[in-house]
Design a protein around this ligand. Structure first.
Ligand code: NOJ
Length: 711
C-alpha cells in the first residue's frame, strides 16, 4: 500500500470511530496484571494493544478483538524481547545489550534483532520494547545491562543496526516486528542513579549527549518510541511537549507512534505529583503527544469525560489514533493479524549459532600477564565461585526468570552452558581434570565455604574464579550504591590469591563493578557481563585459546563506587587538566572505554589526515603470533569551542582481522558534522578553528595517535 492510499484508509477508519473507540485504541492493556477475562473485555471494547501475553493467549485476544469488537481493528501485541525473545522458555537468549556492545560490531546487533524478530513473530506477536538507547553513564543504575554502554555514537550505531534487524525492510513481512526506541529520553541520567527519578538535564545537554542515538533510530525507521520515567527541569518526560513534539516529531521527523512507559500516566498523580486526578494526568499526557498509554487504563474513562467536558479536543485523540493505525497498516495487520514467523524456529540450530557468535564476540580481556590462553602444561583447572554455575546470573535481567513477574524458581531450560560446564567440557576434551567449588555466594549467605574452595583449588594448576552480581542486584528499582564486589567475594579472591597459583578472574555481571584487586592482582581478568545461553562456553573457549577475545569495553570500569559516574567523554575541568584526580584516587577509570586485549597485539603508525577531504588513514599491524581482530577507534576534540566540549568523542570505528605480521591501511572519511557541537542556542554546528583527531586502540591517551587540523 503506498503512503497516499494508507493515509486515506486511516482517515476512513478514523471517521467511523466513536470517541470511545478512539480512547480504547490508545490503551495498552497489561495482560499479566488484568488477567484473561478483563483482557477479553478490553478486546471487545477495541483496545489498541496488549503487552506481556504469549502464544495462544494472544491468539484468543486477537480473535476476540477482530470478531467481537464493533470495528474489528487488529490488536498489536508488545513484549520485552530485550536480548532475545527470552520471556518464552524456548527462545534463543542472547547476551545483554551491554555485552553485545562489547563486540563493537553493528552486525552482531543486526543478527540479534533479526533472530529475535523471527522468534517473536512465530509466537504470534508483533512488537518488542527494544532497543534501550539510554546511555550507561552512572553505573549505579540498575539497568546498565540494557544499554549499549556509555557512548552516544556506539549506542546509536548498535541501536540502528538492531532496529534494522527487528524491522527488516518491510514491517509487513511475516518475520519482522516493530521496534521501540526507549526510553525517550535521559532515563539513565536520573540523579544519584535512583531509578526513574528526575535528571539534571538541560535541553542543550539532551541534544548534545542523549539525542544522537534516537536520531539514528528514527533515521533507521524505528516505528515506535517509549517515553521515559524521569523529568527534565521539573517537567516529567511523559508530559514534555518540547522533547516529544518539537524535537522528536518536528526535528527528527519521527512518524511512528509514542507509547508511554509502564503506568506513566498514573505516576503523574501518585509519584510525580504534577496532576491531582487521573483525568488531569490523562489530558496532560494526551496533549503532550503520547499516542498509546501503557497500563494506565484509567486513561480510557478519563479522556472520554474530558472530551465531553470540553477539557480536551477530540482532535488530539484523532492524531494519536492516526499514528497507531498507520503503523498497524504498515504492518499489514488488517490483512494478516498474525505474523507468519517461521514455525519451529525458536531455539533452532541457526539461531543458537547466532547466539554463540554473539557470546564469543562479547568477551573483553582486560588483563593478561601471559597466563592465557591456558597452556597444555596445565593438567587440572579449579573453577570457583557461585556465578560460575548460576544460569540466572549469566542471563541477567529480562528472561522468564525475571518477567513479566519474577520467577527465579522457574526450571532453567536447556540448551545453555555455564562457565563451570564450559570449562569442564573443555578440560574433558583435552584429557585435563577439572574441579568445581562455589566457595561463596554473591550475596551473603550462611553456607559459605571459602576454606573448602581453597582446598579444592590447592592441587590444581590454574584457578578460574568467577565473580559478579546476581539477578537480585540488577533491573528496575535495583540500583546499587555500592559497586564493590558484594558478599565475601573479595575475601574468596584473597584466599585463592594467597595460594600463589595462576589465577584468572572472570566477571559475570550486569555492569562494570568496582572489581579492584580481584582484577588488577589476578593474572588475567576477563569480562563476560551477561553472556546469554552460551556465555559460559564462550569463556571456556577464550581461556583455552579456541577463540581470540576481541571485545572492547563500551563502558568504563570505576576504581571505586565513589568515582561514579566516570566516563571517557567527560568535559574538561581546571584541576583535571593539571593532572590531579581525587586526593585519594586517580580520576581515571580502572579500565577505560574502548579497552580490551586479545592474544595478539596491534601497533599503529603513519596517521594521516587531509583537512580538505576530511579523510584519515592509519597503518595497523598485528605484531602477535595469532590472527586477531582489532577495533580501530577514531575520536576528536574541539580545541577551542563556545561551550565546553568533551575531552574526546568517538566518531567512528572500523574492525580489521589481521594474520600475524599483517598490516592493514585503515581509512576513514568524515563529514564536517562529525566535528560538531551543540551551542548555547541548542543548534548543532561545527565551529571553525582547531581540532584534534585521535586514532588508535582505545580511548586512553597513550593508545592514540594524534593529528591537529583547522576547519
Ligand atoms: C517498564 C520498563 O521501564 C520498560 O523498559 C518496559 O518495556 C516496560 N516496563 C514494559 O515491560
Amino acid at each position: 500500500m503506498d503512503s497516499k492510499t494508507m493515509a486515506a484508509r486511516v482517515e476512513e477508519l478514523l471517521s467511523g470511530m466513536t470517541l470511545e473507540e478512539k480512547a480504547a485504541q490508545m490503551i495498552q492493556v497489561p495482560y499479566a496484571i488484568v488477567g484473561r477475562e478483563e483482557a477479553l473485555r478490553w478486546a471487545r471494547l477495541g483496545a489498541g494493544s496488549f503487552l506481556h501475553v504469549l502464544g495462544d493467549d494472544a491468539r484468543e485476544i486477537q480473535k476476540t478483538a477482530m470478531e467481537e469488537s464493533r470495528l474489528g481493528i487488529p490488536v498489536i501485541f508488545g513484549i520485552d524481547a530485550v536480548h532475545g525473545h527470552s520471556l518464552n522458555d524456548h527462545a534463543t537468549i542472547f547476551p545483554s545489550q551491554l555485552a553485545a556492545a562489547c563486540s563493537f560490531d553493528p552486525d552482531v546487533a543486526y543478527v540479534m534483532g533479526q533472530v529475535t524478530a523471527r522468534e517473536v513473530a512465530t509466537d504470534g506477536l508483533h512488537w518488542t520494547f527494544a532497543p534501550v538507547l539510554c546511555l550507561g553513564r552512572d553505573t549505579r543504575w540498575g539497568r546498565i545491562d540494557e544499554t549499549f554502554g556509555e557512548d552516544p555514537y556506539l549506542a546509536g550505531e548498535m541501536g540502528a543496526a538492531i532496529i534494522r534487524g527487528f524491522q527488516g525492510d518491510d514491517l509487513a513481512d511475516g518475520e519482522h516486528i516493530l521496534a521501540c526506541a526507549k526510553h525517550y529520553i535521559g532515563y539513565g541520567e536520573a540523579v544519584g542513579a535512583r531509578d526513574a527519578c528526575d535528571t539534571e538535564m538541560t535541553y542543550r545537554k539532551l541534544r548534545e549527549v542523549f539525542l544522537p542515538p534516537f536520531k539514528k533510530a528514527v533515521d533507521a525507521g524505528v516505528g515506535s518510541v517509549m517515553t521515559a520515567y524521569g523529568a527534565i527541569d521539573g517537567t516529567p518526560f511523559t508530559v514534555d511537549r518540547t522533547s516529544l513534539k518539537d524535537i522528536l516529531r518536528g526535528e527528527l521527523g519521527f512518524d511512528g507512534f509514542v507509547v508511554t512507559d509502564w503506568d506513566n500516566v498514573n505516576a503523574l498523580v501518585r509519584r510525580q505529583h504534577v496532576a491531582e486526578t487521573a483525568r488531569q494526568a490523562s489530558v496532560m499526557a494526551a496533549k503532550a503527544g503520547n499516542d498509546m498509554i501503557m497500563t494506565s487504563t484509567q486513561f480510557y474513562d478519563a479522556v472520554i469525560e474530558a472530551v465531553r467536558a470540553g477539557e480536551l479536543e477530540e482532535s488530539v485523540l484523532d492524531e494519536a489514533v492516526r499514528h497507531i493505525l498507520t503503523v498497524k497498516l504498515r504492518m499489514n495487520l488488517f490483512e494478516k493479524p498474525e505474523k507468519a514467523g517461521r514455525p519451529g524456529c525458536l531455539g533452532c540450530a541457526e539461531h543458537l549459532a547466532a547466539a554463540k557468535d554473539a557470546s564469543d564476540r562479547s568477551l573483553v580481556l582486560l588483563t593478561n600477564n601471559g597466563v592465557l590462553p591456558l597452556q597444555p602444561s596445565v593438567r587440572k583447572v579449579a573453577v570457583i565461585g557461585s556465578n560460575a554455575d548460576d544460569i540466572r546470573a549469566q542471563y541477567g535481567d529480562w528472561t522468564y526468570f525475571t518477567h513479566p513477574t519474577p520467577n527465579p524458581e522457574h526450571e532453567p531450560v536447556r540448551p545453555y552452558v555455564t562457565v563451570k560446564e564450559g570449562v569442564e567440557a573443555a578440560c574433558a576434551k583435552r584429557g585435563m581434570a577439572c574441579v568445581y567449588h562455589r566457595g561463596c555466594s554473591v550475596l551473603d549467605s550462611e553456607d559459605e565455604d571459602i576454606a573448602g574452595a581453597v582446598e579444592a583449588a590447592r592441587d590444581a594448576d590454574a584457578i578460574v574464579l568467577v565473580v559478579g552480581d546476581v539477578i537480585a542486584q540488577t533491573g528496575e528499582e535495583k540500583d546499587r550504591a555500592v559497586l564493590e564486589l558484594s558478599g565475601r567475594q573479595m575475601e574468596l579472591f584473597d584466599a585463592l590469591r594467597a595460594l600463589g597459583m595462576p589465577l584468572i578472574t572472570v566477571l559475570v555481571a550486569s555492569k562494570p563493578l568496582a572489581v579492584g584487586r580481584a582484577a588488577t592482582d589476578a593474572d588475567a581478568f576477563l569480562c563476560a557481563f551477561n553472556g546469554g545461553l552460551f556465555g559460559g562456553e564462550a569463556v571456556a573457549k577464550a581461556l583455552f585459546g579456541e577463540i581470540n577475545p576481541s571485545g572492547r569495553l563500551p563502558i568504563s570500569f570505576p576504581r571505586a563506587s565513589g568515582q561514579v559516574p566516570v566516563y571517557y567523554n567527560s568535559l574538561p575541568g581546571w584541576h583535571k587538566q593539571a593532572g590531579k584526580g581525587y586526593c585519594d584516587l586517580p580520576d581515571t577509570p580502572l579500565y577505560a572505554f574502548g579497552e580490551g586485549m586479545g592474544y595478539s597485539a596491534f601497533a599503529y603508525d603513519g596517521l594521516t589526515f587531509d583537512a580538505q577531504t576530511l579523510e584519515a588513514g592509519v597503518n595497523v599491524t598485528n605484531t602477535g603470533s595469532m590472527t586477531g581482530t582489532e577495533t580501530v577507534q577514531a575520536y576528536f576534540h574541539d580545541v577551542v569551542s563556545s561551550v565546553l566540549t568533551p575531552v574526546k568523542q568517538l566518531i567512528a570505528f572500523r574492525q580489521v582481522t589481521l594474520a600475524p605480521g599483517e598490516t592493514a591501511h585503515v581509512t576513514f572519511r568524515f563529514t564536517r558534522e562529525d566535528f560538531s557541537l551543540v551551542n548555547r542556542r541548542e543548534q548543532r554546528v561545527t565551529e571553525p578553528g582547531e581540532f584534534e583527531l585521535m586514532i588508535g586502540h582505545s580511548s586512553r591517551d597513550g593508545d592514540l595517535l594524534k593529528a591537529s587540523f583547522r576547519l
